[in-house]
Design a protein around this ligand. Structure first.
Ligand code: PMP
Length: 471
């Protein structure tokens, strides 16, 4: 069945799945051999098809295969790949000028992106923003700003959290392999609190409610760190790499309240959850949480590298003149892309499209979980959905099953990703502009992939360890 995409994501790439070779095909295999000889092995690949074009909900490889995109480049191309509005804004800006460095001779695009972020972010107070190149850089700068503002040093983060791969953000990130192993020593004054993980809290006999989980976390903070030493609490409103863990209602609110009462800067890392992905513009909004600072990246600029820190003016302005910045931060081409992407997200009601994706996809995931007792939990929000796989009838993580289903999805022409502290979560992050027929076809194939793996369960369990997750 062919599919149309919404005008917001109108694409020159035909919106249909088409497999013309094995996955990966011969041309991709040739490129893979070149990659193996030229690229550092530390940079791993989830699905080794080399891309020739992409648009809307389709990725076209160099062998002519058309795959359905359920990854959006890890939650980046919310407006669709090569979105025409983004592409023409990029072309126009690249033809005008590509770089001056905002700190040397400024330009309007940077200011306009900051104005848009200040307007869109929750909170009815004066705000400021600063722009950077990557999510990790945004998180680092949020910590720098919070430390300058509070004159305190400690940063608290959470089990299963992911915040990047730079030295400070490796320290903030929970999972050792593959992100931290052999790369220490890490930055000091980072403390980790237990997360609200409703599925596993219940499995471990803990009270899974949000307030109870917050009480457990805050008791660790009180005992081991002391509120008066804490500059910032950094948390993903729904954890991404850690396994699409959605904290129980009331958890984030209790933490935010504690931060306000104790002069701690509450930083929401919305890098994966932002820009409509979860059905709101920002995930915090679903519970009415108003963070002091928000970090953004990924979906901000339709695939161009850009990131931001936005928040209360008095906190953002605490860093001294010249204390923040970087050569490329807020590059004019990336800013032009962001303005086009943000306009598309707003005028095309992409948060509404994320809610519609949830409505369409969740029943299929629930039905898969009904059929297979090795699907322990279906969760997520909007177009950020996941299933956690376990040993049949238990809550023991089963990463080998996630690897097997992922591979079966890839063979069917779907770009799918895994994640999770235990590597046992399959996650779905389609572009928000994906056509409904394409989405239905994709999840019928996901369903089929689960059924195929179910038939070969003992074999799947013996399968080799899956590739490490990407971020
Ligand atoms: N924070 C979160 C929540 C993320 O999901 C990521 C990337 N997966 C990052 C930070 C780091 O972003 P980047 O890869 O752009 O540095």
């Amino acid at each position: 069945m062919t599919s149309t995409v919404t005008p917001a994501g109108a694409s020159a790439v035909p919106q249909e799945r088409r497999l013309v070779t094995a996955i990966p095909g011969p041309r991709s295999q040739e490129l893979l051999a070149r990659r193996n000889a030229a690229v550092a092995q530390g940079v791993s690949i989830t699905l080794p098809v080399f891309v020739a074009a992409a648009g809307g909900g389709i990725v076209v490889d160099v062998d002519g295969n058309h795959l359905i995109d359920l990854g959006a480049g890890i939650a980046v191309t919310n407006v669709g790949n090569a979105n025409p509005a983004v592409a023409s804004a990029v072309a126009a800006q690249a033809a005008a000028f590509t770089h001056t460095c905002f700190m040397v001779t400024p330009y309007e695009g940077y200011v306009a992106v900051c104005e848009a972020l200040n307007r869109l972010m929750p909170g009815d107070f004066e705000k400021r923003s600063a722009l950077f190149n990557s999510g990790a850089e945004a998180v680092e700068n949020a910590v720098k700003i919070a430390r300058a503002h509070t004159k305190r040093q400690a940063v608290v983060v959470f089990d299963h959290g992911y915040h990047g791969r730079t030295n400070l953000t490796m320290a903030l990130t929970a999972k050792n392999m593959p992100y931290k192993h052999s790369f220490g020593p890490f930055a000091p004054e980072v403390y980790r609190l237990p997360m609200s993980y409703p599925y596993r809290d219940a499995a471990e006999g803990l009270d899974p409610s949000g307030p109870a989980a917050a009480a457990r976390a805050l008791s660790v903070l009180d005992k081991q760190v002391g509120a008066q030493n804490v500059a910032a609490l950094v948390i993903e409103p729904i954890q991404g790499e850690g396994g699409f863990i959605e904290p129980a209602p009331g958890f984030l609110g209790a933490l935010a309240e504690y931060c306000t009462a104790n002069g701690i800067v509450f930083v929401a890392d919305e890098i994966q959850t932002g820009f409509g992905r979860t059905g709101n513009l920002f995930a915090c909004e679903s519970e009415g949480i108003v963070p002091d600072l928000v970090t953004t990246a990924k979906g901000i600029a339709g695939g161009m590298p850009l990131a931001g820190v936005t928040g209360r003016a008095e906190i953002m302005d605490a860093a001294h003149a010249g204390g923040l910045g970087g050569t490329y931060g807020g590059n004019p081409v990336a800013c032009a892309a962001a303005l086009a992407a943000i306009e598309t997200i707003e005028t095309g009601d992409l948060p509404g499209k994320a809610r519609r994706i949830d409505e369409l996809v969740r029943p299929t995931l629930d039905a898969i979980a009904e059929r297979h007792d090795w699907v322990g939990n279906v969760r997520g929000r909007g177009a950020m959905l996941a299933v956690e796989l376990v040993e049949p009838g238990t809550t023991t993580p089963a990463p080998q099953l996630a690897g097997a289903v992922n591979k079966a999805c890839h063979q069917r022409g779907l770009v799918t990703l895994s994640c999770g502290t235990y590597g046992n979560v399959l996650r779905f992050l389609p572009p928000l502009v994906i056509g409904e027929d394409l989405l239905r076809e994709a999840f019928a194939l996901v369903s089929d992939a689960f059924d195929e793996v179910a038939k070969t369960l003992p074999a799947a369990e013996a399968a080799p360890k899956p590739q490490p997750d990407v971020d």
